[in-house]
Design a protein around this ligand. Structure first.
Ligand code: FEO
Length: 389
């Protein structure tokens, strides 16, 4: 665990998980991740979040190494186990410690971690907790990304502790964002995978955060921002309604029909002067796809028909796009089929994006001249739509 004093009496306790490659058994982690706890030593001692249970010993050993004999408060911003999982161990070792959480946080801590009710103090939005000559103010921030989430602001040092918000999945020994050249990309990937569904909430929170002076943003994953404008500006851009004129083409092909159609289609996009990104779903890292969807204007999904519906990989990509709720403005679908044309109905039934569905293209068997013409037409329509952005 990396222990570093980041301001007077405030310590970063970061457990690096270099080798972790999957989060929630779902999200690829090409750069590993970190679980950051923070310790504030004042008249009262507060531990801000804990770490993933797999890093329990690192946190407990670090507290011993720092000769911490007493913890008064454990601030639980968010109940997901990668931050709250070691709270029971802290309560076991530091008998006087109380957990600070939101009202819903208290319920979730009881349910998920079996923490006794009398160990938890509920705080409201705007409430102050005095630690001596330093004060923590709690800011309610539901849905970044669970409904119980709070942030906390250390008034005297102007540090905002944000738990998941503004985080990045990046294991690094360089604890400040400005020391990591790839931070923009890792933070964007993290936003895409975790925060994007809550874009409109985040927009509101960013406006609220503009009212307070922030010198440092200290998230519980990835590096700390000692120049917070960098990440605030990036988030402002990602959550805005602004899109890039770019077509994301995500496809899977079984017997070559879709591959031929996609090759023709991207040529047609080029002829119309359109930029695109191509994702073969058999080899795609879904994090890359999610990241591309953060600001692309258009998504085109291409799939063969398997039994009575889309190929499972295309189905997954479609499900993911629906769930991530990107600001994509236009969507279309390219389908090939042999004998049953039900994949289109399935796609239409599943469609949840707040985007305009441009007339899909369907081809039976190997694509013919009329199918290529329809693909040309689709590219033309997209170009027209892009003109209007
Ligand atoms: Fe990092 Fe939602 O947990």
């Amino acid at each position: 665990m990396i222990i570093k004093e980041i301001a007077d009496g405030i310590y970063f306790l970061g457990a690096m998980h270099w080798e972790r490659r999957l989060f929630d058994e779902l999200i690829p982690l090409p750069d590993g991740t970190s679980y950051n706890a923070y310790l504030i030593k004042n008249e009262k001692i507060a531990l801000i979040d804990t770490v993933d249970p797999s890093k329990r010993d690192e946190l407990m050993d670090s507290l011993d190494e720092m000769k911490i004999k007493r913890i008064d408060y454990v601030i639980s911003h968010h109940t997901e186990q990668d931050h709250s999982g070691v709270i029971p161990d802290i309560l076991e070792k530091y008998k006087e410690a109380k957990v600070i959480a939101s009202k819903l946080g208290k319920e979730l801590l009881k349910e998920h971690l079996l923490i006794p009710e009398d160990k938890i103090i509920v705080v409201e939005n705007g409430q102050n907790l005095s630690l001596g000559n330093k004060n923590l103010k709690f800011i309610s921030a539901p849905w970044v990304h669970w409904p119980e989430t709070i942030l906390s602001y250390l008034k005297e040092d102007k540090i905002l502790f944000t738990c998941d918000l503004f985080g990045s999945h990046l294991a690094t020994s360089k604890i400040y964002a400005d020391e990591n050249p790839r931070i923009y990309e890792t933070a964007k990937r993290y936003y895409a995978e975790i925060m994007m569904p809550f874009r409109s909430k985040i927009k509101n929170y960013l406006e609220k955060l503009e009212q307070i002076e922030i010198k440092m943003i200290a998230p519980s994953h990835g590096p700390i921002y000692r120049h917070p404008d960098f990440i605030l500006k990036a988030y402002k851009d990602w959550v805005s309604n602004k899109v890039r004129k770019e077509v994301i083409v995500a496809y899977v092909s079984m017997h070559g029909s879709i591959e031929v159609m996609v090759k023709h289609f991207i040529k047609a996009l080029e002829k119309n002067g359109l930029h695109y990104k191509l994702f073969n779903l058999t080899v795609t890292d879904v994090g890359e796809l999610a990241m591309a969807l953060v600001d692309a204007s258009t998504l085109v999904l291409a799939t063969p028909t398997v039994l009575t519906g889309m190929h499972p990989l295309a189905l997954y990509a479609f499900y993911l796009a629906n769930a991530l709720n990107p600001k994509t403005k236009f969507v279309s679908i390219i389908i090939s089929y042999g004998w049953g044309g039900k994949a289109l109905k399935q796609a239409r039934d599943m469609f949840r994006l707040k985007a305009e569905l441009i007339e899909p293209v369907m081809a039976r068997g190997y694509p013919k001249e009329k199918d290529f013409e329809k693909l040309d037409e689709l590219a033309r329509k997209i170009a027209e739509k892009h003109e209007g952005i």
